[in-house]
Design a protein around this ligand. Structure first.
Ligand code: ZN
Length: 1079
C-alpha cells in the first residue's frame, strides 16, 4: 500500500470558498455511485482489490436442460456437462434451466485472503454444493442484485473449490419488459461475470458508514444541524479519501465512526427491523418457478443468519414452506433449527398471502386452518400475527376470522397505494363488521421491501399518523420475489443504525415482539371499523374471468362434497371412506389459487395454465366425489321396506342448503314423460317440492309426484302488439324490448308503482373504454365511467319457451365485429327471480363489459354480500371517500333497498359491482393486455339474476335467494324399487328459525380420522342483527361445544334442551360448533 498522508488533502477552511449544498451533493453522488462517468474516481471502484477470471482460476462446464424442464439436483448431476465458450454462448429459451459445474483454483495472489466468487448471468441462480446441499441464491443484473458467493474467509493458494450453479432463464420480475410486464419471448442470457474477487473490507465498511451519513444529510430534516453536519462530513471524507492508502481509509473511518457514535435522546422513535422476502406465489412466473425462488431466497437468508447472528427474518405462506419441505428438505430442516434459535420467525398463519376481497367466508377460514395446522405440526406453534403486506384491500369480516384463528395482530402496508385518499391511521384497532377488534399496524415506511436507509427510518416518523400515543413502527426490509430477501449491505446498515443521532433507533426484532410491545405501550389508539378498502386495483374483481369462475364453483362444490360425505359417513359408517385426502388437496388448490396475484387476475398467462388446471381438477373431482357420496347415501340409507318387484324410475334430489326448497329442475335422463308439461333440449322439466334442508328426497317418475302447473300458476312468455316481450308468472311481470333490455318490471304482489323509472331501463349491456393510468390488469380508473356506449339496436329477441314451468327469451347482440353476447332470460313458475344466462364470444382491446339496471328506489347506500355477512357502502359521490369506491367487490349479490322494498342483483361467478344512486351495475368482462396479453380472450359463460323483494335488506331473504342461485339442487336419476327411490332423508341439523342464522359448512373434524364421530358446523348471522334460534340435531350427540376456526376444544359446552340447543348470535357472528357423537 502507498504512504500518501492526508495532510495533503486538508487545506485550511478559511482558504476555500463555501460550496453550495447542491454542488456538494452532486459531488457526493458521483463519489458514491455504482455507475457514472467518474466511476473510477468513486468509492465503489475500490470495493474489490483483486479480480481474476477464466481458466485456470475458474473453469466452467454446462448442462442445458431441454424443454424448459425443472429437474432435481440428483437428476442434473447425472447428466453430461460440457465445456463452452463463456464469452459467446447465449442461453435460451426463456424459462429454460442451465446447470453449471464450476471448478475454482485459488491462485497464489489470493493466499490467506477472503475469496469470493462473483457470478452475474442477468438471471436467477442457486448455488449447490457437490453433495446436493442448496447453499444460496444468486440474482443477476443490477437491480437488487446478489452476485457474491463466499468461497473462503481465508483461502490458501492451490486450494480447489467445486460447486454447481442452477441458472434459471428468468429474472426477479420474470421476463417482463416495458410497463405492460408481458414476458419477452426473445430474451436470451449471457454470463457477464464469473470471477474470483478479494474484497477491500475497510473500503466497503467505509461505504456502508457513508451511506448512512449521506442518508441523514439527504433524507432527514434537511436544515437541522445534524443533517448539515452529515453533508459536510461526507464531503470531508471525499477530501481525505485515497483508495490505495490504508492510512487515508483509516482516517476516513475515524471520521465516520465518530459521527455514527453520537446517540439519540431518550424520546427518539423506535423502529423494529425484520428481514423479509415477499415472494409472490405466482405472478410474472408460474408456481413451479416460485418453488425455486423460495429455495434460493430462504437458503440465502440462512447463510446470512450464520454471518449476522443478530439478524431475524420472517416468512409467511405455509404453502411455500410445504413446497420447500417436499423439494428441499435440507433447507426446511435448517429453517426449523433457525426458528428454534430465534432467528427465523413464522408469520401469517394463512396458506398463502391471499386476496381477501373475493374468497368466501369458508375460504378465509380454510386459509387459516391449513396454515396454522401446518405451523403447529412442523414448528409446534401458531402464528399470532396475520401478515398480508400486498393484498388488494381487506375484508371487514377478517378481524373475527383472525381472532378465531389464533391471530391477535395484523400487518400490512398496501393501503399506502391508495390513489385518492391517504389512509388516516398507522397503528389502530381494526374493528370488523361484527365488532371484533384486532391490533393493526401499517408500516409508515410504506414498503415491505425496505433497504434499511435513513430515508425509510425518517419516513417512519413523519409518516406515522399516531405517533403521539404510539412511538414505534415496524420496518420490513429485504428484496422480494427473486431478490432473495435482505442483502448483506442492508445488514451492514442495520448494524450501524441501532442508535444514531438524527434518525430513529432501529433494532432487529421479531414482529410478534413488536406487536406485544405495541399493545403494552400504546395508550390511546383509535379504531377503524369495517373493510380496509384499497383505493386502487379495482379491476381485479373482474380481470381473468375464468379464475373467478373456478374459485366460486370450486367453493360451492367442495362445500357440497364435505356435507354429503359427512352424511354418507354417518349413514354408511365403516362402509364409506370420508375423502379426507382429496378434500384436503382440493382445499389446498382453492386456497393456493386465491393468492393475491392469481385470483385477482394480475398474473401472466403461463401462471394461469396451472391455476386453471387446479380449478378444473377441483371442479371435476368434486363432482365425482359428490356423486360417490350421493351413491353411498342412496345405497346405505336406512329402509326397512321390502323391495317391490316392479322396477321403477325417478330422481333423487339432494339439497345442500339448510332450508327446504321447491324448484323447477331438469331431469338428467333424456326423453322422460313424468309430469308431461315441458321439455328443454329433450329433457323434462319438473317441479320438486319441499326438498328438506341438508337432506334428500326421492321422486318417482310418475305424474302424482309432481304438481301440475295450471294456467293461473304458470310462467309465460308472450309478445305484445307493440313488439315488446313479456315474461310473467303469478308474482312478476317483466317487459323487454328487442335488445333484451328490461323496460318495465311489476311486482304483482306489491302495491308499488312499476319498478323501472320513466325513461330508464334494466339489463342494459354497456361497453366502457378501459384504459387505466398504469397497471393494466389491476386498475380500472375513475374516468372510465365517462366514456361508454350501450349495446343496443341490433337485438333479435325471441321466445324460446313459453311455459308453463319456465318461460324463456333469447337474444344475440353484437359487441364488435369480433365479439357478441348471447343471452337467455328466464322466469320459472316459482319465485321472483329473473335469470340471465350468458354466452359471450370476447375479443376486445381494453373494453369493459358491464350490465346496468336502474330502479325506482331511493337509498344512500347499497348492501353487498361479503364473507359470512354483508357490507353497506355509500352509493353516492358526496366525498372523495365515497367517490373512491366507484367500483367495489361483492360476492353473490348487491342489494339496493329503501324502507319497504328492494332489488338484488345476483351473480354466479362475478365479483365487481358499482351502485350509483338508483343505478346498479355488475361488471362482466375486461380485456387488459398486460401482464397477460391474452387475458379473457375467448368464450365465457356466466349467469346473473335480479330478485325484487319486499322489505328493506335486513328484513328480506336476499341472502337465501343468492345461495339458492349459487348452490343448485343436485339430481340423480334412479332406477329401482319404490322404497329405494321414494324416501326422504331429513336433515341431521336444523336451525329454527332459519331466516337469519345460516348453517354454512358441515364437515368431519380435521381430527376425526375417518371415524365419523366428530362433526364441525359453521354457522353465521348473515343480515346484521342479534338473533336467537334452536339447533336441532337428529344424531346421538354426546357433547357439543363452541369451537373456533382451528377446531379447538373449548370449555364452552352447549347444554341440550328438549327442543334443541339454544344459540344466540350477535350481528354477523360466525360460530363453529364441534359435535361429538356417541358411537
Ligand atoms: Zn405480492
Amino acid at each position: 500500500m502507498g504512504s500518501i498522508t492526508n495532510d495533503n488533502y486538508k487545506p485550511p477552511l478559511d482558504k476555500t470558498p463555501r460550496v453550495p449544498k447542491s454542488i456538494t451533493k452532486s459531488r457526493i453522488n458521483n463519489f458514491m455511485a455504482s455507475e457514472s462517468q467518474f466511476f473510477d474516481m468513486g468509492i465503489q471502484t475500490a470495493f474489490w482489490e483483486l479480480r481474476l477470471s477464466g481458466e485456470p482460476h475458474v473453469t466452467l462446464f454446462v448442462y442445458n436442460v431441454p424443454d424448459t424442464e425443472r429437474i432435481s439436483f440428483q437428476d442434473a448431476v447425472s447428466r453430461k456437462f460440457e465445456k463452452f465458450n463463456v464469452q459467446e454462448t447465449e442461453f435460451a429459451p426463456i424459462w429454460s434451466t442451465h446447470w453449471f459445474h464450476v471448478d475454482v483454483l485459488i491462485p497464489d495472489v489470493m493466499n490467506n485472503r477472503k475469496v469470493v466468487f462473483q457470478w452475474d448471468m442477468d438471471c436467477e441462480g442457486m448455488v449447490w454444493s457437490t453433495d446436493g446441499v442448496p447453499l444460496q441464491g444468486l440474482t443477476g443484473g443490477t437491480d437488487q442484485a446478489r452476485h457474491e458467493y463466499i468461497l473462503s474467509m481465508n483461502a490458501k493458494a492451490g486450494e480447489r473449490y467445486s460447486f454447481f450453479i442452477e441458472a434459471a432463464c428468468n429474472a426477479m420480475f420474470g421476463l417482463s419488459y416495458g410497463d405492460s410486464m408481458v414476458p419477452d419471448p426473445t430474451r436470451t442470457y449471457k454470463i457477464k461475470t464469473a470471477d474470483l474477487v478479494v474484497p477491500n473490507e475497510d473500503i466497503q465498511a467505509l461505504y456502508h458508514d457513508l451511506s448512512i451519513i449521506q442518508g441523514i444529510a439527504y433524507d432527514t430534516d434537511d436544515d437541522s444541524q445534524r443533517a448539515r453536519r452529515a453533508l459536510w462530513l461526507v464531503n470531508e471524507v471525499i477530501d481525505r479519501f485515497h483508495a490505495r492508502s490504508d492510512e487515508s481509509i483509516k482516517q476516513c473511518l475515524a471520521l465516520t465512526r465518530e459521527f455514527l457514535s453520537m446517540h439519540n435522546g431518550g424520546s427518539q422513535h423506535k423502529v423494529t427491523a425484520i428481514g423479509h422476502c415477499h415472494i409472490d406465489t405466482a405472478w410474472l412466473w408460474p408456481y413451479d418457478e416460485t418453488k425455486r425462488k423460495i429455495a434460493r431466497s430462504w437458503s440465502s437468508q440462512i447463510e446470512l443468519m450464520d454471518r449476522y447472528p443478530n439478524f431475524i427474518f420472517t416468512a409467511s405462506q405455509t404453502q411455500q414452506y410445504e413446497w420447500l419441505r417436499e423439494l428441499y428438505p435440507i433447507v426446511f430442516e435448517k429453517i426449523i433449527e433457525k426458528e428454534k434459535a430465534g432467528q427465523w420467525e413464522i408469520i401469517g398463519g394463512s396458506w398463502v398471502e391471499h386476496d381477501t376481497n373475493m374468497p368466501s367466508g369458508e375460504s378465509l377460514c380454510r386459509q387459516m386452518l391449513l396454515g396454522q395446522r401446518f405451523f403447529e405440526k412442523y414448528f409446534g406453534k401458531r402464528a399470532k400475527v396475520f401478515w398480508l403486506p400486498d393484498s388488494f384491500g381487506y375484508s371487514g369480516q377478517l378481524p373475527q376470522i383472525l381472532k378465531q384463528s389464533g391471530c391477535d395482530y395484523f400487518f400490512t402496508q398496501k393501503l399506502s397505494w391508495n390513489n385518492i385518499n391517504k389512509f388516516p391511521l398507522t397503528t389502530f384497532w381494526w374493528t370488523g363488521i361484527d365488532n371484533t377488534s384486532i391490533l393493526a399496524h401499517l408500516t409508515p415506511a410504506e414498503t415491505y421491501n425496505a433497504a434499511v436507509t435513513p430515508a425509510e427510518l425518517h419516513k417512519c416518523v413523519v409518516n406515522h399518523h399516531d405517533i403521539e400515543y404510539s412511538n414505534q413502527s415496524l420496518l420490513v426490509f429485504g428484496n422480494g420475489d427473486g431478490g432473495g430477501g435482505p442483502a448483506p449491505e442492508m445488514l451492514e446498515r442495520l448494524s450501524r443504525v441501532r442508535d444514531v443521532d438524527g434518525i430513529p433507533t432501529c433494532v432487529p426484532g421479531t414482529v410478534h415482539g413488536f406487536f406485544e410491545e405495541l399493545v403494552a405501550k400504546s395508550d390511546r389508539l383509535q379504531s377503524y371499523k369495517g373493510e380496509l378498502y384499497l383505493e386502487f386495483h379495482r379491476g381485479t374483481y373482474t380481470t381473468q374471468a375464468l379464475v373467478k369462475y373456478g374459485n366460486r364453483k370450486g367453493e360451492v362444490l367442495i362445500r357440497d362434497v364435505e356435507f354429503l360425505a359427512t352424511m354418507a359417513k354417518i349413514i354408511g359408517r365403516d362402509k364409506y371412506r370420508y375423502p379426507r385426502d382429496e378434500v384436503d388437496k382440493f382445499w389446498k388448490y382453492i386456497c393456493l389459487n386465491q393468492f393475491h396475484d392469481c385470483l385477482p387476475g394480475s398474473a401472466i398467462g403461463l401462471a394461469y395454465k396451472d391455476v386453471h388446471k387446479f380449478h378444473r381438477e377441483v371442479i371435476s373431482q368434486s363432482l365425482l366425489l359428490r356423486h360417490n357420496a350421493q351413491s353411498a347415501i342412496m345405497a346405505y340409507h336406512a329402509t326397512a321396506a321390502p323391495k317391490a318387484t316392479a322396477e321403477n324410475e325417478g330422481i333423487l334430489v339432494f339439497n345442500t342448503l339448510p332450508w327446504a326448497r321447491t324448484a323447477v329442475v331438469t331431469v338428467p335422463e333424456a326423453q322422460t314423460s313424468w309430469s308431461n308439461q315441458q321439455w328443454e333440449d329433450g329433457h323434462e322439466l319438473v317441479v320438486v317440492q319441499q326438498v328438506p334442508g341438508f337432506g334428500a328426497t326421492g321422486f318417482m317418475g310418475t305424474a302424482t309426484y309432481f304438481p301440475e302447473i295450471g294456467a293461473e300458476k304458470a310462467a309465460k312468455a308472450y309478445r305484445l302488439e307493440s313488439g315488446l316481450f313479456v315474461l310473467e308468472n303469478p308474482l312478476l311481470q317483466a317487459t323487454f324490448n328487442k335488445d333484451g333490455q328490461l323496460v318495465q318490471l311489476i311486482d304483482k304482489t306489491s302495491d308499488r308503482l312499476p319498478l323501472i323509472p320513466q325513461n330508464s331501463k334494466g339489463n342494459m349491456l354497456q361497453l366502457y373504454e378501459d384504459v387505466p393510468t398504469n397497471w393494466d390488469a389491476w386498475d380500472v380508473e375513475i374516468y372510465h365511467l365517462q366514456k361508454y356506449r350501450s349495446l343496443e339496436g341490433n337485438g333479435t329477441l325471441k321466445i324460446v319457451s313459453s311455459g308453463p314451468l319456465k318461460a324463456e327469451l333469447e337474444f344475440r347482440q353484437p359487441i364488435s365485429n369480433a365479439s357478441y353476447i348471447q343471452q337467455r332470460i328466464s322466469l320459472t313458475c316459482i319465485g321472483k327471480r329473473i335469470e340471465f344466462d350468458n354466452f359471450v364470444e370476447w375479443h376486445e382491446d381494453r373494453q369493459f363489459l358491464k350490465v346496468e339496471f336502474t330502479w325506482d328506489i331511493n337509498s344512500d347506500h347499497a348492501t353487498y354480500d361479503i364473507q359470512y355477512g354483508v357490507l353497506r357502502r355509500p352509493n353516492i359521490y358526496n366525498t372523495t371517500h365515497d367517490s373512491a369506491r366507484f367500483e367495489v367487490c361483492g360476492h353473490k349479490f348487491a342489494d339496493l333497498s329503501e324502507a319497504s322494498y328492494g332489488v338484488a342483483l345476483l351473480n354466479d361467478c362475478k365479483y365487481g359491482y358499482a351502485t350509483h344512486g338508483n343505478v346498479q351495475r355488475l361488471s362482466l368482462l375486461r380485456s387488459p393486455k398486460g401482464p397477460d396479453d391474452q387475458a379473457d380472450m375467448g368464450q365465457h359463460k356466466f349467469r346473473y339474476a335480479i330478485y325484487p323483494h319486499s322489505q328493506y335488506f335486513a328484513a328480506s331473504d336476499v341472502m337465501h335467494e343468492a345461495l339458492d342461485f349459487n348452490v343448485p339442487l343436485s339430481l340423480r336419476y334412479a332406477q329401482g324399487s319404490e322404497s329405494e327411490i321414494n324416501f326422504t332423508l331429513g336433515s341431521m341439523f336444523v336451525v329454527t328459525p332459519s331466516n337469519r342464522i345460516i348453517i354454512d359448512t358441515v364437515k368431519l373434524a380435521e381430527d376425526d380420522n375417518d371415524r365419523g364421530n366428530i362433526i364441525i358446523l359453521r354457522l353465521y348471522e348473515g343480515y346484521g342483527g342479534q338473533a336467537s334460534a334452536k339447533l336441532q340435531c337428529s344424531l346421538n350427540v354426546s357433547r357439543m361445544l363452541v369451537s373456533n376456526v382451528l377446531e379447538d376444544d373449548t370449555e364452552n359446552v352447549l347444554v341440550a334442551q328438549p327442543d334443541g340447543y339454544q344459540l344466540t348470535f350477535k350481528a354477523f357472528q360466525i360460530m363453529t360448533l364441534k359435535v361429538y357423537l356417541a358411537v
